[in-house]
Design a protein around this ligand. Structure first.
Ligand SMILES: Nc1ncnc2c1ncn2[C@@H]1O[C@H](COP(=O)(O)OP(=O)(O)OP(=O)(O)O)[C@@H](O)[C@H]1O
Ligand SMILES: [Mg+2]
Length: 451
């Protein structure tokens, strides 16, 4: 192998410098130089394609039928877009203790029966993994363990045992001798992940990296890994509830934004195939400040209760707080409410919350947020079994959302009878036993909360 030496590369412009310095000599950015390995180009790129590439017409490129490898966990397969793909590299990020190792041990154990699986643990000893396996009733799982953090040793083990699936738990603990910086540094994480990714592509191995989330919420530092890998999954959930969500942020082999729902139990993670019921709190009577929205998470509609509390300001500035919803969007919606709905909230604190620790990212929840706020302010509940969705524009219009029919169908299945929805989403045919209220403007929807 060609001899490698270290140098420093700018994360902004890619320019290089022989020594570390505070400012990039090429683009002038500050604090962007990180240590990197300067392996001569042929050694660095040869391995990606296996051989030197030549220009080829697209139609002449031979493809292998990419069959999916099911992980045995239905919800995990759903997020992956149907299962693992040979040569695919996956990054699973998440907060400490959320259940990353548990998920991959369970998946590894199921995969191990048909595909040779190597679980590389850098954070825990093999004994700790065995103890977890005992708790999960997976003691006899056909999976191989390697407690190692040095990249060269891991690569040697992969070459020696030829596994089809490799779990690296976690990528932050792995380090290469070629760099002097500490394990977990941007330079180490990037280099180790890049080398393992090359190996995966070259040999058709599936590599699953566990990645830590930094304080800013990015995986493994300033998102260095997200570009290298094929699939980025985030493991999220409220640590106080047993609910765990795995969300696909990026997927080269399937739809992004797909969501897998699990419950964390003593025996490990269990898939939840009908999650809608989980995000609805059980009120016997309608309560003020609550509206249920049908949000679309990946390919599946999910019913979530949005709660609002509007309370007179107790001195000082009015507070706006959003949990599970976008705080900026809340401010925008309150302005629309004032301007186009004639509802003043300037003298009130406004708190909104998506029940169950779920995070709603799409604007389809706008109308539900507005109705929950208005309902709390007027202390008037929405009629029971009412579902609300619709995007709200700055001009006070209610815009249609994608796949409205599916949202209505899911809610009707769960017993919802009344739907406040954008007019353009209103089905042409009436839906059995349901009242469909199509609205074009915010004030039409709010009129339903008048005395
Ligand atoms: N006996 C138990 N009963 C129920 N749940 C348990 C039990 N033991 C552990 N857990 C759950 O498992 C979680 C830890 O899972 P795991 O170690 O897979 O997380 P992780 O994301 O890999 O954490 P880390 O970032 O520390 O590696 C705990 O937070 C807890 O919710
Ligand atoms: Mg772990």
């Amino acid at each position: 192998m060609a001899k490698s030496k270290t140098l420093y590369a700018c994360t902004e412009c890619g320019g290089q410098a022989p020594k570390w310095q505070g400012q990039c000599p090429h683009c002038g950015a500050w604090n962007t130089l990180v240590e990197t390995v300067a392996t001569p180009a042929p050694a660095r790129f040869e391995s990606v394609a296996g051989t030197r590439s030549s220009v080829t017409p697209l139609a002449a490129v031979k493809t292998r039928a990419s069959s999916r490898i099911a992980t045995g966990l239905e919800e995990f397969d759903r997020v992956l877009g149907g299962g693992l793909v040979a040569g695919g590299v996956i990054l699973l990020g998440g907060d400490p203790g959320i259940g990353k190792s548990t998920l991959l041990l369970q998946a590894g154990a199921a995969l191990g029966a048909a595909h040779r699986t190597l679980y590389v643990t850098g954070e825990e000893s093999a004994e700790q993994i065995a103890l977890r396996a005992q708790r999960l009733a997976l003691v006899n799982a056909p999976i191989e363990l390697l407690a190692e953090v040095q990249l060269e040793a891991i690569v040697a083990a992969i070459n020696a045992t030829s596994p089809e699936i490799v779990v690296i738990d976690s990528v932050q603990t792995v380090y290469t001798e070629a760099l002097t910086s500490a394990p977990g540094s941007v330079a180490q994480v990037r280099e180790c992940a890049a080398q393992l990714t090359r190996l995966a592509k070259q040999r058709g191995i599936v590599v699953l990296f566990v990645g830590h989330v930094t304080k800013e919420g990015a995986i493994a530092g300033p998102r260095v890994l997200e570009h290298i890998v094929d699939t980025v999954l985030y493991f999220e959930g409220d640590p106080h509830s047993s609910l765990r969500l795995v969300r696909a942020i990026k997927n080269r082999f399937g739809a992004a934004n797909e969501l897998g729902v699990f419950a964390m139990t003593e025996r490990g993670l269990r898939g939840v195939s009908n999650p809608s019921a989980l995000f609805l709190s059980q009120h016997a009577e309608g309560v003020a400040g609550s509206a249920v929205v049908a949000t679309l998470e990946g390919s599946r509609p999910l019913l979530v209760e949005v709660q609002a509390l509007v309370d007179p300001v107790q001195g000082g500035m009015p507070r706006r707080l959003a949990v599970g919803l976008d705080a900026q969007r809340l401010a925008l919606l309150l302005a629309v409410l004032h301007r186009h709905g004639g509802v003043e909230t300037g003298g009130y604190d406004v708190f909104v919350n998506a029940v169950g620790g779920v995070r709603i990212l799409e604007p389809a929840a706008d109308l539900a947020v507005l109705m929950a706020v208005c309902s709390s302010l007027r202390n008037k509940p929405l009629p029971r079994k009412t579902l609300v969705f619709g995007e709200v524009g700055l001009a006070g219009e209610v815009r249609p959302v994608q796949r409205g029919q599916e949202r209505i169908r899911e809610a009707a299945k769960l017993g919802f009878e009344r739907f406040v929805i954008p007019n353009l989403n209103k089905p042409k045919q009436p839906v059995d036993k349901t009242e469909l209220i199509g609205v074009d403007r915010v004030d039409e929807a709010l009129a339903l909360l008048r005395d």
